[in-house]
Design a binder for this molecule. Sequence first.
Ligand SMILES: NC(=O)C1=CN([C@@H]2O[C@H](COP(=O)(O)OP(=O)(O)OC[C@H]3O[C@@H](n4cnc5c(N)ncnc54)[C@H](OP(=O)(O)O)[C@@H]3O)[C@@H](O)[C@H]2O)C=CC1
Ligand SMILES: Cc1cn([C@H]2C[C@H](O)[C@@H](COP(=O)(O)OP(=O)(O)O[C@H]3O[C@@H](C)C(=O)[C@@H](O)[C@H]3O)O2)c(=O)[nH]c1=O
Ligand SMILES: [Mg+2]
Length: 308
Amino acid sequence: MRVLIAGRTGQLARALLDRLPRDGHEVVALGRPELDLCDPAGIARAVERVAPDAVVNAAAYTAVDRAETEPALAFTVNADGAGWLARAAAVRDIPLVHLSTDYVFAGDGPAPLGEDAPTGPLNVYGRSKLAGEEAVLAAHPRSLVLRTAWVCGPHGTNFLRTMLRLGAERERLSVVSDQFGAPTFADDLADAIARLLPRLPSRPAGDPGFGVFHLTGMPHTSWHGFAEAIFAEARARGWKVPALTAIPSTHYPTPAQRPGDARLDCERIERVHGIRALDWRVSLARCLDALQEELGGRGTPGAAGGAP
Ligand SMILES: NC(=O)C1=CN([C@@H]2O[C@H](COP(=O)(O)OP(=O)(O)OC[C@H]3O[C@@H](n4cnc5c(N)ncnc54)[C@H](OP(=O)(O)O)[C@@H]3O)[C@@H](O)[C@H]2O)C=CC1
Ligand SMILES: Cc1cn([C@H]2C[C@H](O)[C@@H](COP(=O)(O)OP(=O)(O)O[C@H]3O[C@@H](C)C(=O)[C@@H](O)[C@H]3O)O2)c(=O)[nH]c1=O
Ligand SMILES: [Mg+2]
């Protein structure tokens, strides 16, 4: 299949560029300025020019705290832009995989959350992503909206890299232990999308293979639990690690409020598409192995002088 990826530099886009060709897919990844989600005419032109068999939208405004002061831009990219891209895919009648987030939930009720659980985003980013889901599904019935969470990997901006950097700089670190979810490694997400894509072209609108699906790593944990696992792996590699303290969210004020318990139930994607949530602890070890290799055995990733 010829697959157009919206986004080129992001965590997921990079993982898809690495993964999809291995299944024989021809991949065209377009970032700004070739494909800008703020430019509806440009989106339509890019999709026409590439003439793909499927589209994956891996581009988004993902700066959760900054979105609080840039709501218009967050909504243009995450809601309007996602809808315009879905419209362009609908015009060609090709399937679209669109990414969404656990932050569409308030996380103040029972969890794990199924795809039909009531949404209620607490911040601008989450509201813009929820509006994006609605725009995509309204514009194109042959869309698969994949809600994931806590995406991380060896490159880009993510919690894992933030922990390694701060851990190398500081003697102690405090991390919230009352926000629950699950890390999802970009490579695992790319692998799932690689397996989903060939399943979509033959399905008509209204097929249960389209619609909203949840997929994260497993098991569920808190940000503090994830930090603990990161530093255990780091310590095992001889890297400098901080003393880690569990704190409530009230002790770590941020511009954007985050959901308390937004653990996602990933049963539907397994039942419908045969895709199982993967153990993020295995992926974490593999990710730190890759970072260690990049470092050539010297220092701690993120520390001054160390890579990346
Ligand atoms: N990161 C996470 O923790 C989670 C992410 N998701 C979702 O998964 C998807 C992929 O996320 P991830 O790979 O982490 O994202 P990143 O933040 O790593 O990358 C975002 C990408 O979007 C691009 N982008 C931003 N604005 C525009 C625009 N106006 N036009 C075109 N491209 C643009 C950026 O390009 P540039 O380099 O030009 O800025 C960048 O390539 C997103 O939909 C996100 O909402 C869901 C749950 C968790
Ligand atoms: C750096 C740091 C963060 N925290 C807290 C803040 C926050 O509640 C939590 C996670 O912090 P971050 O800012 O790295 O994560 P955040 O940017 O909120 O991550 C989110 O990004 C978007 C794009 C998504 O879609 C979500 O699924 C989720 O991955 O950890 C600490 O408690 N201590 C620390 O030292
Ligand atoms: Mg962030």
